[in-house]
Design a protein around this ligand. Structure first.
Ligand code: FE
Ligand code: FE
Ligand code: ZN
Length: 290
């Protein structure tokens, strides 16, 4: 099964996202748990949540991917900022239990001059504070572009965080194709090598989801600016190899490309055609009515 979808707006509620996903040919999607810049979240309407689960069940959707506000910094130097990240993520995880057994993705953080080691320790501490034995959600650490003092631009950093997490069965990794490329991993010319590296350092069994984006900038630029599929420095051929790679093809793919809904619908259709390889059987094999 090819699980493909995109980031959707949560503004009209959960069931509405399910319907939107269906309308654009998606069978997975991502959404922000609250305003992406942080702040309070409105109470979850349990009827609306239940409706989404029903839609998702009926249509055979893959994993829902909730994305934490990207301004959270679990390794902030400022105590209040870090506490805010802690409280927000803990609250998000409670809310995620309305949607059991799905994914919650977050940006590990920026060490803002405290050093990578301190960053890694603080992020692991936050995870150790918020993860619970009873939660059904898997928390995904996103691979980052290594912009500024971002933690998570190197596979080793994600491994070091996971090593310090007590309930490590509750965490995983989300690979963002734009971010890893911008971080210097050459998924265009050496996808096998990059995945081997991921496997050696983190372990491919930790990889749970892919953010599928092209990049506006070249390899190693540390910029993190997403581009439409096939229109950036990663390009169509590399993206074809990514979505059909044996180590990746069973994972859910979420587009975060600069598109409106119609643009997403087109990209999803294009990606599906790349997956199917479009080789119709010869005419004489076709049976009437099939
Ligand atoms: Fe992200
Ligand atoms: Fe991403
Ligand atoms: Zn990004």
């Amino acid at each position: 099964m090819f699980y493909i979808g995109c980031h959707l707006s949560v503004a009209k509620g959960f069931a509405a996202m399910g319907k939107t996903a269906e309308s654009i040919g998606a069978n997975v999607f991502q959404f922000f748990t609250r305003n992406p810049r942080g702040g309070s979240a409105k109470a979850i309407d349990s009827d609306d949540a239940a409706k989404l689960l029903e839609i998702s069940d009926n249509l055979g959707f893959g994993k829902l991917l909730a994305h934490a506000p990207y301004t959270l910094n679990a390794c902030a130097a400022n105590g209040d900022t870090r506490q805010f990240a802690f409280d927000t993520m803990a609250d998000d995880l409670k809310r995620m239990e309305y949607f059991p057994h799905n994914y919650y993705n977050f940006h590990p953080g920026s060490h803002v001059g405290q050093g990578i080691e301190t960053g890694i320790e603080k992020i692991a501490d936050v995870l150790n504070g918020i993860l619970t034995e009873s939660q059904t959600t898997t928390v995904l650490l996103e691979t980052m572009a290594g912009k500024g003092s971002e933690v998570g631009g190197k596979f080793e950093e994600l491994r070091a965080i996971i090593n310090r997490v007590e309930l490590s069965n509750k965490v995983g990794v989300c690979l963002d194709t734009c971010h890893v490329f911008d971080a210097g991993y050459d998924i265009v010319n050496d996808l096998d090598g990059v995945l081997k590296r991921f496997d050696d350092v983190i372990g491919l069994q930790w990889l749970k989801a892919v953010h599928l984006n092209d990049s506006k900038n070249p390899l190693g630029s540390h910029k993190d600016r997403h581009e439409k599929i096939g229109q950036g420095f990663i390009g169509a051929d590399a993206i074809k190899r990514i979505i059909t790679h044996p180590s990746l093809k069973n994972l859910p793919f979420y587009l975060e490309t600069p598109n409106e809904l119609d643009g997403y619908a087109k990209e999803i259709q294009l990606l599906k055609s790349w997956r199917e390889k479009k080789t119709p059987p010869p005419r004489y094999c076709q049976r009437g009515g099939e």
